[in-house]
Design a protein around this ligand. Structure first.
Ligand code: UT7
Length: 330
């Protein structure tokens, strides 16, 4: 039986206009531009200021751009998979809100929660629907309004994240381009090194949880840093080895943007030179599920048909993984 392959045929994005610089953060917490730049690589991040807009809005805008770039109507979409840790509501799923907003009346839709690895998990899941022939057009969206769960009095976390969304369309490939391999891992974070303590069924919202700041993201930065550096580098090298890729065969590394030091360590381990690494953490910070599609969006003009791309991520869960794909749009 001939195996179908899924490929990315269009990319879209949304970034809020408001830029929060490191200097802006100096006014909120005891930090400084030099510390943030040297420890993380971040110079500024985007913040969605409008209180009436959130994750679904950004995902909707990114999805609309995908449809426009591909020149298709929303009614042609079969499935929407939306990765996020900052859904508009616990339920209904944010994917359902996007489905309504864009008018994808023939699609089913669901959210997927894998934190910073969410987009890669969603891309892998979406590719299965194409490969099995159960869907022809799948929208994969990574969107997060991280500012909604940040404590702007906690310097160890509020400087790291930004808001934004990216989206891609998956369709069947008619040649050797497309998603070739994927490798994903989980190691349950029983020490809660990266999590949002309250708001779920274990610690439902009460005046006390709010007063204690338990609805904000909490992170043991050093512990996550160690795991992320190992995890992203190991899985990227592993997927290269399995697919007999030498460093010179890799046209682009598309890494999750959590920390420039983690990205550099991953590239070094792969033997991939820095000019082949997509980095936009300086402009957007860590947008969680948004980072990888935002890289694809920013670099799409530079991508050549047949380029080998390694997409790699590490995030809360812990979740991590890598995807090997051959770029298939001309
Ligand atoms: O995307 C999901 C996965 N997340 C990640 O991959 C993030 C992984 N972690 C990291 O990127 C890094 O651990 C951080 C950027 C969060 C922190 O960098 P670090 O080099 O690990 O710093 P640290 O936490 O070890 O802190 C070093 C010092 C501490 O002071 P003392 O104890 O040495 O006196 C912190 O209190 O830096 C201090 N510090 C700050 N100073 C100025 C922590 N945050 C700040 C800040 N400004 N914003």
């Amino acid at each position: 039986m001939e195996v179908k392959r899924a490929k990315i045929t269009a990319v879209g994005h949304y970034l809020p206009e408001h830029r929060m610089t490191n200097h802006d953060l100096e006014k909120l917490v005891d930090t400084n531009d030099e510390w943030i730049r040297t420890r993380t690589g971040i110079e500024e991040r985007r913040i969605l200021k409008d209180p009436d807009k959130a994750t679904a809005f950004m995902g909707t805008e990114a999805a609309k751009e995908v449809l426009e770039n591909r020149g298709i109507s929303a009614e042609e979409i079969d499935l929407i998979i939306l990765a996020t840790v900052t859904p508009d509501y616990f339920f209904p799923a944010t994917a359902c809100l996007v489905q309504k907003n864009i008018g994808a009346k023939n699609a089913f839709a669901f959210d997927l929660s894998a934190a910073c690895s969410g987009f890669l998990y969603a891309l892998s899941t979406g590719s299965m629907y194409i490969e099995s022939g159960r869907a022809q057009k799948v929208l994969v969206i990574g969107t997060d309004k991280m500012s909604s769960i940040l404590n702007y009095e906690d310097r160890s976390t509020c400087i790291l994240f930004g808001d934004g969304a990216g989206a891609v369309l998956l369709e069947e490939s008619d040649d050797e381009t497309g998603l070739i391999d994927q490798k994903h891992y989980v190691e349950g974070d029983s020490d809660c090194a990266l999590y949002q303590p309250a708001g779920g069924s274990l610690n439902p919202a009460t005046p006390e949880t709010v007063e204690k700041g338990l609805h904000y993201l909490k992170q043991d930065g050093r512990a996550v840093f160690k795991k992320a550096t190992m995890g992203m580098a190991d899985v990227s090298l592993e997927i290269m080895k399995i697919n007999n890729l030498d460093p010179e065969d890799v046209a682009w590394l598309v890494p999750h943007q959590a920390n420039l030091r983690i990205i550099d360590a991953t590239a070094r381990r792969m033997g991939v030179s820095s000019e082949k690494v997509m980095v936009n953490i300086n402009k957007y910070g860590n947008t969680t599920a948004g980072t990888i599609p935002l890289c694809l969006y920013d670099w799409q003009e530079k991508l050549n048909y047949g380029d080998n791309l390694i997409l790699a991520a590490f995030g809360g869960g812990f979740t991590w993984g890598a995807i090997y794909l051959k770029w298939g749009t001309k």
